[in-house]
Design a protein around this ligand. Structure first.
Ligand code: GMT
Length: 376
């Protein structure tokens, strides 16, 4: 099949899922065309079935805001026409689903019928999409997509609560290429470069936006550190990083907190992690938690959004109420203080990721594309 994928090309979960999906489809022989403003960070060009089309924006002094949707929809039309694509799969509703709708209308005028699949990822619904500034357009673009999917049951329910949705939303969980994490484990983990042998390693990976509550990460670690020698790895960049660094200094633990910035070597970093911290205000799914589990790392998280669908309380880690850093520290200590308990949680976490494997989820997307082809 010939599929166009539109996403944010950044480290964010939606871009990662879209890129991994495109690469896996190309590996299976489908022709995949990424349409984005930059080359997606996880995209490698090892397959000749992968194409990347850059959306370029013309700067013009009149514009306070550059009209990205116009450039994107024009690019979609061009790529669909040139490569005879049958499906456009857009990840993150804003503005991708809206731009895809416009592209579809323009293509109709040229006698072409492209199907639009929209995958909702979370903040496009919960934080941004439901804001009055965007709500009407987001609702319209969801209702006018040919197929709508969401990454968790919780996100589906939330979307139906916040919008007047006339379409059925199909839940397709995010997936993980488990082999990639197995490979990272088979190579020698350079744990000693990070921590002393007696220290546990805790990790947090995110875009350091307010929704991730990175100060809670520091507070949880401070609680753990009182009882167990440990290091905390903070991976990512974002607006809350300075606050987290200041708090670590204030709590006098900064020598044990390492801010490592963005990384596309997540599997290698997780390879030597003992515990993953994700105390988010909300997560539609929590891909970072799934990646951690695939690398045998149990998860301490909040019980918000779709997190309970990914992190199983008492099995793959623990879930606590939002902001309850004492409970999260207590749970973290209960896992970390005993080698046997830690090993059990690590194995459980790894085992649980099987249901989110690429092999299980990829065919579901392929079925959707097939149904789009057949209904043309
Ligand atoms: O986590 C973020 O803020 C990035 C955001 C994105 O769109 O890239 O992540 C959302 O989509 C991910 C992939 O489906 C989910 O795993 C994240 O839970 C979701 N983030 C939120 O709901 C806050």
């Amino acid at each position: 099949m010939k599929i166009g994928i539109v996403c944010y090309p950044t480290f964010g979960g939606s871009g990662v899922v879209a890129t991994e999906l495109g690469m896996a489809l190309a590996d299976k022989g489908h022709e995949v065309h990424f349409i984005t403003y930059n080359q997606p960070v996880r995209l490698d060009f090892i397959s000749h079935h992968l194409h990347f089309h850059q959306v370029l924006i013309e700067e013009y002094p009149l514009f306070q805001y550059q009209p990205y949707e116009l450039a994107l929809s024009s690019k979609m039309v061009e790529v669909v026409q040139t490569y005879e694509l049958e499906v456009l799969h857009v990840h993150y509703a804003i503005p991708h689903a809206y731009a895809a709708f416009m592209a579809k209308q323009m293509l109709k005028e040229k006698g072409l019928n492209v199907k639009v699949v929209t995958t909702l990822h979370g903040t496009d619904i919960t934080l941004v999409g439901s804001h009055p500034t965007y709500k009407t357009a987001v609702e319209f673009s969801i209702n006018n997509s040919d197929v709508v999917t969401s990454v968790s049951n919780n996100l589906k329910e939330t979307t139906n609560k916040l919008f007047n949705i006339k379409k059925d939303i199909q839940v397709i969980y995010n997936f993980i290429d488990t082999e990639k994490y197995d490979k990272a484990h088979q190579q020698k983990c350079k744990r000693i470069a990070i921590a002393k042998p007696e220290e546990r390693i805790l990790t947090h990976i995110s875009n350091f936006r307010p929704v991730k509550r990175v100060e809670d990460v520091i507070r949880i670690f401070a609680g753990v550190r009182k009882e167990i020698p440990a290091k905390l790895l903070m991976i990512g960049e974002g607006p809350e990083r300075a606050k987290a660094e200041n708090l670590a200094q204030k709590l006098k633990i900064s020598k044990d907190v390492l801010f490592l910035g963005n990384s596309d070597e997540v599997a290698k970093i997780l390879c030597y992690s003992d515990l993953f911290l994700l105390p988010s205000q909300t997560e539609s799914f929590g891909l970072a938690a799934l990646e951690a589990m695939a690398a045998k790392t149990p998860v301490i998280s909040t019980n918000t959004g779709g997190l309970p669908e990914v992190n199983i309380n008492g099995i793959t880690g623990y879930l606590s109420n939002l902001g309850d850093v004492d409970d999260m520290a207590k749970n973290a200590i209960s896992i970390l203080k005993d080698n046997a308990v830690l090993e059990q949680f690590k194995n459980n976490a790894k085992e649980h990721t099987k249901r989110f494997s690429l092999e299980n989820i990829l065919p579901v997307y392929e079925e959707i594309y097939k149904s789009c082809y057949q209904s043309k």
